[in-house]
Design a protein around this ligand. Sequence first.
Ligand code: SF4
Length: 402
Amino acid sequence: MQRHAAAAGLGNAIIINTCAVTGEAVRQAMQAIRRARREHPAARIVVTGCAAQAEPERFAEMAEVDHVIGNADKTLGATWAALAVSGSPRMQVADIMAVRETAGHLAAGYGTRSRAFLQVQTGCDHRCTFCIIPFGRGPSRSVPARAVVTEVRRLVDAGYAEVVLTGVDMTSYSSDLPGEMRLGRLVRQVLRHVPDLKRLRLSSIDQMEVDADLMVAIAEEPRLMPHIHLSLQAGDDLILKRMRRRHLRQDAIRFCANARRIRPDIAFGADLIAGFPTETEAMFERSLDLVDACGLAYLHIFPFSPRPGTPAARMPQVARPAVKERASRLRRKGAEALQRHMAARVGRTFDVLMERHGAGHAPDFTEIEVAGVPAGQIARVRAAAVSGGRLVGEGFRAEGSK
Ligand code: SF4
């Protein structure tokens, strides 16, 4: 977007890429728009992203906003060129449910000097009852494997040591493409055709959709990092059903046990929602004890907040104080799990990708501080201690990775 805006002569425009995932995210986006206008009275303000896609009128009604553009339009140069012409429409938001393009959204984001994110899939065909995302991103669309391989090669040539494949519902990769290519085959093709890629990582996946090839890749590909972030959401079967998730508690536990059996150094992260409608204390405790049952190390906790327009917003709600209290108990549980995970790594040696000066991530995504090692290198680090909530490493043998 930045590139297209600059090319259209809108380099000074303020682009606000909104998130719709919770009501709070939308509120914050509106606040950011008002602040941007206060601080830059003369700037052109363009609002896009999922909240703008799902509720374009709500943003177009704001006096602070000059243009609202949809998710399918925001990555097209023509959209930005049209905005530069005077009298251009205030709102350009296509019907995201009708979008069928495949490679258009292939987008690399550069997290740090050493790690790049590559979006290989977007949109979602599921309808979890709490989620607004399909209405912001549209149906599932995948980037053909050949384009993914080409882009990974380009990123490696540009000096990136690690590429993270991302998507909204990445395990549905290729459901819209001809042929038998699933996520596992994509991973294996990327690794085979880009031999200089040092590390490949996956962002969040749905364990129910993991294919046999991906399991083989987890077991056999040392360059596929032993770290999986799971979309678990809850530990109680009735709540999972009311969320319209496609797994049960035992499926999650079994998946983690299997993955750990074939790749013993693997670590798991997970998203969990606290206080979903109708959740009782006993049901919530099943989310709490899922952390140990699966052996999770990194938790992303979301206190449930009803998203207008979703079925869950119409279900009987848990009182706000209870939602907050459960979220903070889950966060405490997460902090303990992380502490335990780090303590178990003390004394072991890892190849750490330094993403900034003095800190980086081990293959299993454990963050390690190592004084004096510059960003961009893969350093051999011995984890020495847990200090101040961080794993601290010492001694290294750096390999140039850039
Ligand atoms: S699978 Fe993920 S993106 Fe799709 S509806 Fe469910 S929570 Fe939303």
